[in-house]
Design a protein around this ligand. Sequence first.
Ligand code: ATP
Ligand code: MG
Ligand code: FE
Length: 345
Amino acid sequence: MRVLGIETTCDETAASVVHCDDEGRGTIMSNAVLSQIAEHAAYGGVVPEIAARAHLDMLDLVVARAMVDAQCDFTKLDGVAVAAGPGLIGGVIVGLTTAKAIAMVSERPLLAVNHLEAHALTARLTDAVEFPYCLLLASGGHTQILAVLGVGEYVRLGTTLDDAMGEAFDKVGKLLGLPYPGGPNVEQQALRGNPYRFTFPRPMLGRTNPDFSLSGLKTAVRTEAESAAPLSDDDVADVCAGFQAAIVDVVGDRVSVGLSRFRERFGEPTALVIAGGVAANKAIRATLERRAADAGLKLIAPPGYLCTDNGAMIAWAGIERLRLGLVDDLGTSPRARWPLQELSA
Ligand code: ATP
Ligand code: MG
Ligand code: FE
């Protein structure tokens, strides 16, 4: 089967066609992603109204690009998947309305996908991972350790008590004057910085619940950066390296605890999986590779371009749902908030 996936929940306008064979193996036939980074850069973060208008301006073109690249037309689709939330409501409305129009005109089923479920299932597209697996979902808006038991079956083992991990990266990048978004730029700076010059706190280390707390770390970085101001380029690199080293220690510890909690409740996972934009970070991937190996597990980390927002993950989640006969009606509403726990298979 073949499904078009549309993603407009944040600042990427994205569309993709994914094919799935009879054995359940997915192939990405096209993957068009238009980032709005330039539109938001001047504001140091995503401006919802600008995002919604940019999605409206560009989505038709991005969908057309995805269809042409896949050498596909709407009549060859088996379904139209779209992220119906959670996210910035203006963008979600643009994506959902477009998807409904395509579904209605081409008489194909609508698949209203939860954006977080799409992140969570991406590793089944790239690596055919079997359920149940332990997932670290670390993105701009979420940081959770989840037991993924099946499509629509997610148990949250741990979460952040304050900032999301991507948010912490972005805020640190912003306070250091790095371009938006902070995550990839902080990682880049950290590569040439000295991680031992500044020692930042490692919040929650050793706690028995696999929760995160990242706002204190961010504040410590701010305090240090302010007292060392004006910062030279080398200072900035050292702060980034120190911050990333703290995050790496925290993530490793929290995920190891998460794996223990998973085993107590659900038995042996098939793998440790990471998803969400922060999963593109190479230092985090490397530490989780070791933690997984220590636990006798493989780390499954989709390529970076499938960790940040994209249409292929939406199309794939749509395929997973369509294969189970889970389709949505054209009256489906967009949702700004939509916790994974509210899904059902
Ligand atoms: P959510 O998925 O929670 O709705 P989102 O869709 O905005 O949020 P993603 O697109 O999944 O989030 O991820 C974007 C986040 O990932 C940003 O905060 C960005 O800074 C961060 N990020 C991207 N690449 C890296 C990297 N290499 N290192 C650290 N963080 C990164
Ligand atoms: Mg984004
Ligand atoms: Fe996302």
